[in-house]
Design a protein around this ligand. Structure first.
Ligand code: BTN
Length: 254
């Protein structure tokens, strides 16, 4: 096996990078820096995390070889607008994976999962300042990508990029360059053109459009057909002839 000779995009202009051998959580570090007054536009990457966190209070197991990174930004956005950057994060992970595998193997799953060969290959966790005013003070876009290993879960089934390649997967630092270049592009598109600039590309790669799915919500479970996402990022589920908008929950296909 040899290293994959894909070309690296340039590191995006105006962004800083801080690398750590080990840290509790890159999201936590972003929060510490933001609260200490750091400027936005910094990617924080760690080789391992001792307290990596996932959505819904879960732990994100963080062994060496995978990518653990957080972008700290200070966007001129409300909390609702900033939340839609989870779609930019998913699209950026897809850009990263596209550099190493056939893009047809990469699909996006609402709200912000990326699947490779049908398995969960990454996680996205957005955290922001509590807002008393109209705009968030800061936003931490935390992204973990299974490059070299995965936790071996069945629900959702997990996968690593290395499972889909017959060459050595990229190093976390190499992968971050692809991710950071992609995120800068999608953030710019969102700031200039609004959510439609993310919605359409996201839909073009969405898993299961027009297919049956189960949506597990905090209080109920709904079965229906996946009809897309609306202009606010809500999942559109056709169930019993009506279209329900789902703003939070987990979805399962098949
Ligand atoms: C999920 O549960 O799917 C989201 C997982 C997000 C993990 C990433 S790894 C980098 C950043 N630091 C953290 O502690 N979490 C995020």
């Amino acid at each position: 096996m040899s290293a994959n000779p894909v070309s690296q995009p340039p590191w995006p202009k105006g962004y800083e990078l801080a690398d750590f051998t080990e840290i509790d959580s890159t999201n936590e570090e972003a929060k510490r820096r933001a609260e200490a007054g750091a400027a936005g536009g910094a990617w924080l990457r760690a080789d391992t995390q001792s307290a990596g966190r996932g959505r819904r209070g879960r732990t994100w197991v963080s062994p060496g070889g995978n990518l653990f990174a957080t972008l700290l930004i200070r966007p001129q956005m409300t909390a609702g607008e900033a939340a839609l950057l989870s779609f930019a994060a998913a699209l950026s992970v897809a850009d990263l994976l596209d550099a190493f595998v056939d893009p047809a193997r990469v699909r996006l799953k609402w709200p912000n999962d990326v699947q490779l060969d049908g398995g969960k290959v990454c996680g996205v966790l957005l955290e922001s300042s509590a807002t008393s005013g109209a705009q968030v003070d800061w936003l931490a876009v935390g992204i973990g990508v299974n490059l070299a290993n995965h936790p071996g879960l069945d629900e959702p089934k997990t996968i690593a990029l290395s499972d889909a390649m017959d060459q050595v997967p990229p190093s976390p630092s190499e992968a971050l360059v692809h991710l950071a270049a992609g995120f800068a592009k999608w953030l710019n598109a969102y700031e200039e053109q609004g959510f439609e600039a993310l919605r359409q590309p996201w839909l073009a790669r969405a898993r299961g459009l027009g297919e049956p799915l189960v949506a597990r919500l905090p209080q109920e479970e709904l079965r229906g057909t996946f009809q897309g996402i609306d202009e606010a990022g809500a999942l559109l589920l056709e169930t019993n002839g009506a279209v329900r908008k789902i703003t939070a929950g987990e979805v399962f296909f098949g």
